[in-house]
Design a protein around this ligand. Structure first.
Ligand code: SF4
Length: 333
């Protein structure tokens, strides 16, 4: 976590970041803290030793461990639009004295319900609509640069799938420091624009929650497959130009139903000329059920991968990934 004097506020999935920025608080996406911790395995072990069941998603246990390890005193828990486990997580953290504020993305995406939720959060942090809009304009400056990284990925083949994943996933909290993150993005753009385009790679889409595997992109690339579309990570970067905060978080697809997400994915895989889809599902996650809808909806080859704990791909999964890329290549030739 970056060193800063601002008081940190953790959150369990993307929330309207503009509110924290307007309030002068440091945003901390607990998922990023968990997965980038060199001892992320220990965080899961600590959660299990505290009593979290074995058959609960690794991300939830990681969020618990990360919150306590980092000494975060206040979190926003997204109780609708992400994960029902978050409610119990929120309660357990309250036991440890962590202040929790719930936030809900309404399932029906109604303007009225979302406005109500956002206003509640803004009131909690004591910020006005004008302050929030100023923060949105600032964040959008950085987001537009990250959109350019995405464009350089799929249109110019200058950015790897893993780099694309990294910069987009970081937009959920701007690594806790907007100015420092923007400088990192600027430096990367300078460097990426000087590269030679990569050729001869199969073009893959990645859909689902970000992977808990540490080497998936690397293994795909070694097999000859380049991820040119990271679905959820791109959503974190707020990819649509919108006139208002409410519209921005209505168009953000991740917290709503699968059909909203599928419409976005279909548009992007057509535009990006994707050859095949990796659908990542997390062990013990309700979203696994959606795989059957995904498989019915797309005609492209789909490989469903399931991950449980952080770490490299196991041998069997690695062979499946390599075989999938090989199969697509054979079909194309
Ligand atoms: S992967 Fe699924 S079960 Fe795990 S935190 Fe995310 S939504 Fe919840």
């Amino acid at each position: 976590m970056p060193k800063t004097s601002l008081s940190p506020v953790g959150f369990t999935t993307t929330i309207p970041l503009e509110i924290l920025l307007a309030a002068g608080r440091q945003p901390v996406d607990l998922n990023n803290v968990f997965i980038t911790d060199p001892a992320c395995h220990d965080l899961i072990d600590e959660a299990e030793m505290a009593g979290f069941p074995r058959n609960i998603c690794g991300w939830i246990k990681g969020l618990y461990g990360a919150t306590l390890r980092q000494g975060i005193q206040e979190i926003i828990a997204v109780t609708e639009g992400d994960c029902s486990n978050t409610k119990a997580l929120m309660e357990v953290l309250q036991l440890h004295g962590v202040t929790t504020t719930p936030f809900a993305f309404p399932y029906d995406r109604s303007v009225a319900s979302l406005t109500h939720e956002i206003n509640k959060l803004a009131d909690h942090f004591g910020v006005s609509a004008e302050q929030i809009e100023a923060a949105r304009q600032r964040l959008n400056q950085v987001r537009r640069k990250v959109h350019e990284i995405d464009r350089l990925t799929w249109q110019e083949n200058l950015v790897s799938g893993e780099e694309n994943h990294y910069f987009q996933v970081c937009t959920s909290d701007m690594n806790g420091d907007v100015d420092a993150f923007e400088a990192e993005v600027d430096a990367f753009l300078d460097q990426a624009r000087k590269r030679q385009p990569k050729t001869g790679m199969l073009r893959l889409a990645y859909m689902g929650v970000p992977p808990i595997f540490t080497d998936l992109y690397q293994v795909l690339e070694e097999s000859g497959g380049q991820v040119v579309f990271n679905e959820t990570q791109r959503q974190f970067s707020m990819p649509y130009a919108t006139d208002s905060l409410i519209e921005q978080y209505r168009r953000y697809t991740y917290p709503y139903d699968i059909f909203v997400r599928l419409a976005d994915i279909e548009e992007e895989i057509a535009k990006r000329q994707v050859d095949g889809i990796i659908h990542y599902v997390q062990s013990f996650c309700f979203r696994q059920i959606e795989d059957l809808i995904v498989r019915q909806r797309f005609k492209l080859p789909i490989l469903t991968l399931e991950g449980d704990r952080p770490g490299p791909l196991d041998a069997r999964t690695r062979i499946r990934v390599e075989g999938f890329v090989e199969m697509i290549r054979a079909r194309k030739s």
